[in-house]
Design a protein around this ligand. Structure first.
Ligand code: PLP
Length: 308
């Protein structure tokens, strides 16, 4: 069984142990680029069209050249097939602004649009990498996660007022998200939920927050500065079919405490129920298994959902 699979955008399967990036890649120098994390199951990438749609939106937000979605689709499918169907895999699509040296002597990172530079457009760097799913994922799926709330120090209005903060884009700059996770772990928790300066619920460092209340599923709207989640999106479609009312509404910390259940949703872990929040035990409702099942079904059979 292969332990890692690397595919470049020309569709070539590469040696994952051979160097691939140049030292002046802007993705490395500045974290200037975007990515997607996708679950590989049964040798196929789950909810691929939604991930491609978000890759396109993120590229737009960063003023990167529009990604060649057909090339990405092929590279992802090649990588997922090469990974095989025996076990799940964690697939990353990585797209950076390319080499600093190709962006001109001024270092100007121009808005690269097709045709702008009359054929001299700097090449972006893109590749697909598949790795084993981390151990923590199994535990999170079966036992849930303990969570603490952490301030992100931003207002819910910031996404609209300061688009340069790229709040709705999945950029490579995840250092602060990873620092928040380490902080949560030092405090004895598995995960974190970011809150705004208005004490509104935002998202996890790598997941979407959804609460279940009566027959409703509620998640904070993207305009509050959260990343639109692919897993949340497929859950809402499946849940509506099953009779749930699904809403995008602002949530306060109090809404988490009084909810029937709180979920951290993400592409690879899928559904992790919050089993304790800021030290408060959150017991599982009778329908916890149903919600997890709706997510599993949604990601493996996303139908024709291609955007939010
Ligand atoms: N919010 C953030 C900040 C994330 O990093 C992720 C994970 O990728 C999500 C939400 C959930 O998105 P998805 O369900 O597409 O994995």
């Amino acid at each position: 069984m292969v332990e890692r699979v690397l595919v470049t955008l020309d569709g070539a399967i590469r040696d994952p142990d051979a160097p691939l990036l140049y030292s002046d890649d802007i993705g490395v120098l500045r974290g200037d680029g975007i990515f997607e994390t996708v679950l590989v199951r049964d040798g196929a990438a789950c909810a691929l069209e939604l991930h491609l749609a978000r890759l396109r939106r993120s590229a737009e937000a960063l003023e990167l050249a529009a990604p060649d979605l057909e090339a990405w689709r092929t590279a992802v499918q090649t990588a997922a097939k090469e990974w095989g169907a025996e076990r799940e895999g964690l697939l990353r699509m990585v797209l950076t602004r390319g080499r600093d040296s190709e962006h001109g002597a001024t270092g100007k990172q121009s808005a690269i649009k097709a045709g702008d530079l009359a054929g001299a457009e700097p090449a972006t760097t893109g590749y697909v990498l598949v790795l084993p799913v981390p151990e923590r994922v199994k535990t999170a799926r079966t036992e849930g996660v303990s969570v603490i709330t952490l301030s992100r120090g931003i207002s819910i209005d910031l996404a609209q007022e300061a688009p340069w903060l790229l709040l709705g884009a999945k950029t490579l700059s995840y250092a602060t998200n990873m620092a928040a996770l380490r902080f949560a772990q030092r405090m004895g928790a598995d995960d974190a939920i970011f809150t705004s300066t208005e004490h509104r619920v935002l998202e996890g460092p790598r997941s979407t927050v959804v609460i279940a209340r009566d027959n409703q599923l509620i998640t904070p709207p993207a305009r509050n500065g959260v990343l639109p989640g692919t897993t949340q999106r497929v859950l809402f479609t499946e849940a509506e079919k099953a009779g749930w009312e699904c809403k995008y509404e602002p949530l306060f910390i109090a809404d988490l405490i009084t909810a029937d259940s709180v979920w951290m949703l993400s592409s690879v872990t899928l559904a992790a129920r919050v089993n304790s929040l800021d030290g408060l035990r959150m017991s599982a409702p009778d329908n916890a298994a149903e919600i997890a099942e709706l997510v599993h079904r949604g990601v493996t059979q996303p139908g024709n959902i291609t955007d939010w």
